[in-house]
Structure formats: structure tokens, C-alpha cells
Design a protein around this ligand. Sequence first.
Ligand code: PGA
Length: 251
Amino acid sequence: MARTRRPLIAGNWKMNGLTSDALALAKDVAAGVSQAGWTDRELLVCPPATLVMAVAGAVKGSGLMVGGQNCHAKASGAHTGDISAEMLKDAGASHVIVGHSERRSDCGETDAIVRAKAEAAWRAGLTPIVCIGETLAEREGGKTLAVLETQLKGSVPAGSAAAKLVVAYEPVWAIGTGKTPTIAEVAAAHAHIRKVLGGLMSDAEGVRLLYGGSVKGSNAAELLTAGDVDGALVGGASLNAAEFLAIAKAV
Ligand code: PGA
């Protein structure tokens, strides 16, 4: 079936990578992207902030894009230890992940904070990848679709347009666990996300919806061809170039 939206395969390296290994990984992924010459899909890697500039330099010209994993809502100021969307842009990023569940739980990020970060991304000229997803207790309590709806309404800024928004559906219980929802569960979540987006913006049909949570080469073909899935946000498997490229090939 022909896709109407160009798939995006995004690697979230999380807090992993020292210079030499990270650059080797980035170069291997970039070589795979150049060699494949894909025009029908996009690949992105999101290294730790310390490596964004070096990775962006190392992959320049390959077609592989680079993103940040988080940003502050403000452009500059007295926020020790934080980095702004403008700094990521300056370092060579095109995207930034906002509202990842690890930041929602580790750092207490609320929907309002996530929305402010998405707005900051736009201000800097970056595309935000807004993450949402239910916990195991929420799924078992039958609350998945309601939770996704609340998170979307709180985290997606007014004035969103498909060209400057990516949404990632990541069930918290599937992240780093090797567990994945069924294809029917992924399809139901994505259909609901697109329906809710339809009430928030005029071109929701064009927004790319990524699935994330234990995606790997061996399950990518099945997960990424579920209804309304436009790519993946990949954690652990993005730390291996061959595995990450295999996921990209499977779309
Ligand atoms: P995982 O992580 O692929 O290791 O499950 C996904 C994510 O947290 O983005």
C-alpha cells in the first residue's frame, strides 16, 4: 500500500555514547543512509546533547538528520544545566524530542511543560517530536485512549501544522522491556491519536505518528505497517547501526 506520509525513523540514544563510539555509530548509520539513497523515508538520530554538534558534523551531506532529546522552554537565561532549542539548532539539530516518558517521570514534566517545549522548538526552527503514552496500570485499567487524549490536548500547542509536528506514541510499559502491544492495539491507539489531532488542527491527516517501544529489526515490519503508523522512535536498537538500518528498511 502506498504511503501518503513519508516515514520517519528516529533513534533516541538516551544517555549513551562517548565521543569515539558515538561518532563511529553515527558514521555507520550515515553510510547506510547514503548508500540506500532513500527519498521515500527520513532517518534521524538524537544523541546526548554533548554530542549533537560532533554528530551533525560527522554525518553532514549523508541525508541523516540529527536531533536533541530535550530542550528548555526559554531561549536563554539563568537555567543552570539546561539547553535551549536555539542551542540545539545552533549545534546542527533539525528536531527535538519533547515529553519523553522518562523525562515526564524522572523530571516531573507535565503536559503544560511539554507544550511550552514544543513551542520553543518552533521558535528555534526545530520540529518537535511530542511523546505520549500510557503506563501499564492505565492500560490495564482500560484508560489508554483517554490518557492519550488528555496528553495530546495538553501537550500539542495551538497553531500546530503537520509540517512542524511529529507525535510519537510510546506505551511506557513497552519502553526498553522487549514487550510490545499487539498490532491491533497500536492501530487503535494511532487511529485515536489522529482523530484527537483532527480536533486540534486543520491538517491532522499529514502529521507523522511514530510508534515507539521495543522496536527492533525483527518486529519492525509488522509494527510499522500497522494502520496509521508512519515510522518509529527507537531506543535500544538505535545504538546498533545494522539494527537501526534494518528497522528503516522494514518500513
Ligand atoms: P526502546 O526505547 O526502543 O529501547 O524501547 C524507545 C524510546 O524510549 O524511545
